[in-house]
Ligand binder design. Structure first.
Ligand code: PEP
Length: 254
């Protein structure tokens, strides 16, 4: 059984005070919902305050990115050792990092390895751009992302993959549950070949891209989809709580 996961990616939104206020409002409601793992990924500067606000809560914290080196002269970067102990997860290879910060194959692979080495659970994002989707290249792009990101990854404890079609992120134009289920099935099969079958069978694979409280059921009702990576809707306490609640109703374990 794979425990469903709903992860909120706040991106470059919220001041420290706004982040604390957001989790203060969500916490009591989210704590009542069991059978779904709940995660928020605030900006780095809010991680400590959000973590402290969530002390004793079932809601977990994650980072939105990290560098692969442990320490040194890398001005402005955040090391996996700084995150370990502070949060449990780190999003890696988000399409916005690929698009605006030129992250690609080898760097993403190094980040996944560094996160695992530090005991962080990576949420590795893969997904095709609109022109690639329209050219029928979804399978090729997604398997390419996996092949480069998972080089020499042998025992990826806690690794989560998020399938995020780039054209669906922040556009209000979500993919369909059926399409995403097919692509996520392919991701699981590919991960099985690149790592091993048992790991792939037990690994959570999420859908991300314009997830809302209204459409989450369409995704989590699919057999291959284990939850969602949620951007915009994770900034609204009522929406995020409703997404978690719907996930529990459709898929949650007691
Ligand atoms: C994301 O940030 O990964 C994302 C899927 O954003 P949104 O839900 O806003 O499309």
């Amino acid at each position: 059984m794979r425990l469903p996961l709903i992860a909120g990616n706040w991106k470059m939104n919220t001041t420290v005070d706004e982040g604390v206020s957001l989790v203060t409002r969500m916490r009591p409601l989210l704590d009542k919902i069991n059978g779904v793992e709940k995660l928020v990924c605030p900006p780095f500067v809010s991680l400590v305050a959000v973590r402290d606000t969530l002390a004793g809560s079932t809601v977990k914290t994650g980072a939105q990115n990290m560098y692969f080196e442990e320490k040194g002269a890398y001005t402005g970067e955040i090391s996996p050792l700084m995150l370990a102990g502070l949060c449990e997860y780190a999003i890696i290879g988000h399409s916005e990092r690929r698009q605006y910060f030129q992250e690609a194959g080898e760097m993403i692979n190094r980040k996944v390895k560094a996160a695992l080495k530090a005991g962080l659970k990576p949420i590795l994002c893969v997904g095709e751009r609109l022109e690639e989707n329209e050219a029928g290249k979804t399978a090729e792009v997604v398997t390419g992302h996996l092949k480069s990101a998972l080089v020499d990854i042998k025992s990826p404890d806690g690794l989560v993959i998020a399938y995020e079609p780039v054209w669906a992120i922040g556009t209000g134009k979500a993919a369909t549950g059926k399409q995403s289920n097919e692509t996520i099935g392919l991701i699981r099969e590919t991960a099985g070949k690149l790592i091993d079958k048992a790991t792939a069978r037990d690994m959570r694979i999420l859908y991300g891209g314009s997830v809302t409280a209204e459409n989450i059921a369409e995704f989590v009702s699919q057999p291959e989809i284990d939850g969602g990576l949620v951007g915009g809707a994770s900034l609204k306490a009522d929406q995020f709580v409703a997404i978690v609640q719907k996930t529990k109703e459709v898929k949650g374990r007691i």
